[in-house]
Design a protein around this ligand. Sequence first.
Ligand code: SF4
Length: 149
Amino acid sequence: MMKIAISSCLLGLPCRYDGKVVPVSSELQALFDDSHSEIIAFCPEFATFKSSPRLPIRLAALPEFAKEYRIEFHDGLSVPEQLEKECKMATKSILSFTPDMVILKDGSPVCGTTKVDVAGVWKEGQGLLAQLLYEAGFTTKNEENFSED
Ligand code: SF4
């Protein structure tokens, strides 16, 4: 049995900023079926804002360390500090779950693993949760590359 920690929106849960529900991909479903997986899911954004849809957010800059991250609304206003706390709590939960694999939704300022919106420009980099997990020693995958080594 494989233990998988995953972004809630990749499980088809209604937590995305745009209010859309995206069904579980056939590739992820096959992974769950084949591995008889035990799963935990998390969404620091929904835990913070408690609504979907909600105003979109992005990184204000792309610093080297998680403690220097700042996430903003698209008008430049900072998001509530609660989002950082929720990311830290999710990191702790994931660490204590000791997953075999962590799969995060790419492109998000929280969950992004390879690309993020930085003040309106897409750049290579990771969201806050992915960065926290990286600093805790975890390799994170996303919905596209989870089957790659
Ligand atoms: Fe929530 Fe992460 Fe999905 Fe954004 S990408 S909706 S923070 S689980």
